[in-house]
Design a protein. Structure first.
Length: 181
């Protein structure tokens, strides 16, 4: 018997003993009936950087791969084990757009579902307003980024973002940091 573990992900075998004995015992807990192993279905930490140039334009990336190919995104990604959110943000911004983050300010977080190769992953997307060294050096450094755009607050269409969590983060930024009109 396969179990639904989160947003459609099917788990059948115990990662400890290999028995097909996982059973749901709570909203985020699976337990193996054979060995007693407990598997908690926790979220993955992800970060996103809101980077603004001297003209007040937000740096937006265009996704070059699925999920969301051709849609808008922000520089960022998943935190690695033993890495803080701020360290993950610095690494991801450097890897994706070649910018050195010099300061961050936490903006907020939103839950998200990130589907990769047919498997949905629950994430917690944390947004940070970033200062960077020499924004003129920004450019796509990875194949999952098709292009970089700089958009004024009034030109940002939240419906263009690949993920609702990022649209919410950018919406929060626009509400707090951009003058109306």
């Amino acid at each position: 018997m396969a179990l639904e573990a989160g947003s459609g992900q099917v788990l059948k075998y115990c990662p400890r003993c290999g028995a097909a004995a996982l059973r749901r015992v709570g909203s985020k807990l699976l337990r193996c009936g054979a060995c007693g192993f407990e598997l908690y279905l926790n979220v993955a930490a992800a970060v996103a950087g809101l980077i603004v140039d001297s003209q007040g334009r937000l740096l937006i990336t265009v996704r070059g791969k699925e999920p969301g190919k051709g849609k808008w995104d922000l520089p960022g990604g998943f935190a690695d084990p033993s890495e803080s959110a701020e360290e993950a943000l610095q690494r991801e911004v450097w890897e994706e757009v070649g910018l050195e983050v010099t300061a961050t300010r936490y903006l907020g977080s939103y839950p998200n579902t990130y589907e990769y190769m047919g498997v949905p992953y629950a994430t917690m997307d944390m947004g940070f307003v970033c200062q960077v060294r020499d924004i003129s050096q920004a450019g796509p450094r990875e194949s999952d980024i098709e292009a970089i755009l700089f958009k004024r607050c009034t030109d940002i269409d939240l419906g263009q973002f690949a993920f609702p969590s990022l649209a919410s983060l950018v919406g929060r930024y626009l509400d707090r940091e951009c003058p109306p009109g």
